[in-house]
Design a protein around this ligand. Structure first.
Ligand SMILES: Cc1cc2nc3c(=O)[nH]c(=O)nc-3n(C[C@H](O)[C@H](O)[C@H](O)COP(=O)(O)OP(=O)(O)OC[C@H]3O[C@@H](n4cnc5c(N)ncnc54)[C@H](O)[C@@H]3O)c2cc1C
Length: 391
């Protein structure tokens, strides 16, 4: 009996998306090489708030895609040592003004079958005992939400891919080349190796546009310019005196969740104020401010100090939607780049259906634009802000 040789696939980038793609392709009997210029999971995914949610993700198909991503992690967790990284702890949001927006959002979400309910200040304090709830606060509880610890998750995805035969090459930048019509795609590494492949999947996060620049412009908003909306400020503080908060908590002035050794903090105005050029003194000032806000919001931070501080860059597609699928004009080259990549990275939404079943022209996935008009890949003219931070 004649056996077809396995398809060869090179995945460029071992963040949460590339690691997830590589594990799923290796599980489908593809011969996978996973390439990263650094160690796996050291870039955006490492610093992500990593909130699993579809809390405010319009339009409806994009909401459904994120909701499906949440469910997919729940299904995957038992089989991938989820105790180490899966935290379906729920989310409490407090609002002391603009409560109409919160009420309208909860109403919309429940209408869409998404677990959400308004609670009063007393119930919010019971749900999250570490919370200092102002008596006049409106609150909402989202029991299906949570967060992921991306470092242990990515380590397990990469180990799973390797155990299924994938070749993991780290510390080696790669660039997709060899894109002449009809030719199989190739990846050239910085060390000069040429990897022949049937398929190449570009999962290099914010660096994706640089992978095959002569071929196609993947439209992300510029992230290294002054005033760019892509960078955010991540502050990690600790220690927390037990019992600290267990849930994801949002108020209008602070977002927080547990992180090993303490809490992970972000704030919308801090994200707006910083970019990759912000002086260190200014970053330190913001970090101290976020710690003050966190102390006002939850108990347990009396002994806490700023432990880590990072300006972290979100890969932001110019039109706010995920870029997932085959790149136009580039046979065998795929991209998977998106904001909310932690929520969305559960493998089934990523490009493998199209890779595994190439005879099917397109495998539709809700909320992604696999059949994008080529103009989508022209340089972005406008730079829309992302939705309410950091959703
Ligand atoms: C502050 C902040 C908060 C966020 N909050 C959330 C949230 O709450 N929920 C959510 O779902 N999402 C959130 N996100 C978004 C989410 O973190 C990202 O969408 C996701 O981490 C992107 O993963 P990635 O694998 O595409 O990119 P990355 O994690 O950046 O990985 C890309 C990898 O590609 C490698 N690479 C780059 N170029 C090359 C090359 N030429 N050759 C080889 N390797 C290369 C890099 O070394 C890196 O390891 C947040 C992001 C930020 C910055």
């Amino acid at each position: 009996m004649h056996h077809m040789p396995p398809r060869r696939c090179v995945v460029i980038g071992a963040g949460v998306i590339g690691a997830s793609v590589a594990a799923a392709l290796a599980a489908s009997n593809m011969r996978v090489t996973l390439l990263d210029q650094d160690q796996p999971g050291r870039a955006t995914s490492r610093w992500s708030f990593a909130w699993l949610n579809s809390n405010d993700k319009a339009p409806r198909p994009y909401h459904d895609l994120n909701h499906a991503g949440m469910k997919a992690w729940a299904e995957l967790a038992p089989d991938l040592d989820g105790d180490a990284w899966y935290r379906p702890v729920g989310h409490v949001e407090l609002a002391t003004k603009d409560t109409a927006e919160l009420e309208a959002r909860v109403k919309r979400l429940t209408g869409w079958g998404y677990p959400a309910r308004l609670v009063d200040a007393a119930e919010a304090a019971v749900l999250e005992p570490a919370l200092r709830v102002p008596p006049d606060a409106a609150a909402a509880f989202f029991p299906g939400e949570g967060y992921l610890l991306t470092e242990p998750l990515i380590a397990r995805l990469v180990a799973r891919a390797e155990s299924l035969g994938a070749d993991i090459r780290t510390g080696e930048p790669g660039r997709a080349t060899g894109l002449e019509p009809g030719a199989a795609p190739r990846v050239r590494t910085a060390a000069g190796a040429v990897l022949e492949a049937d398929d190449v999947v570009c999962c290099a996060g914010r660096w994706t546009p640089a992978l095959a620049p002569a071929l196609v412009t993947v439209p992300l908003i510029a992230w290294d310019t002054r005033g760019s909306a892509a960078p955010g400020l991540v502050v990690r503080v600790g220690p927390v005196t037990p019992p600290g908060p267990a849930m994801v908590v949002h108020t209008r002035e602070i977002s927080l969740r547990p992180h090993p050794g303490g809490l992970h903090l972000e704030a919308p105005d801090a994200a707006d104020a910083v970019d990759l050029h912000t002086p260190e003194a200014e970053l330190n000032r913001w970090a101290a401010e976020l710690l003050r806000r966190a102390r006002r919001t939850v108990r347990g931070l009396d002994d806490a100090r700023v432990a880590e501080l990072k300006v972290c860059v979100r890969p932001l597609p110019a039109d706010g939607q995920s870029i997932v699928g085959r790149l136009p004009g580039a046979p065998g080259i795929y991209a998977a780049v998106t904001h909310s990549g932690v929520t969305l990275a559960a493998a089934r939404f990523l490009p493998h259906p199209a890779i595994l079943y190439p005879e099917r022209a397109e495998v539709p996935r809700p909320g992604t634009r696999t059949t994008s008009p080529p103009t989508r890949y022209a340089p972005a003219r406008s730079r829309p802000r992302p939705g309410p931070y950091p959703r």
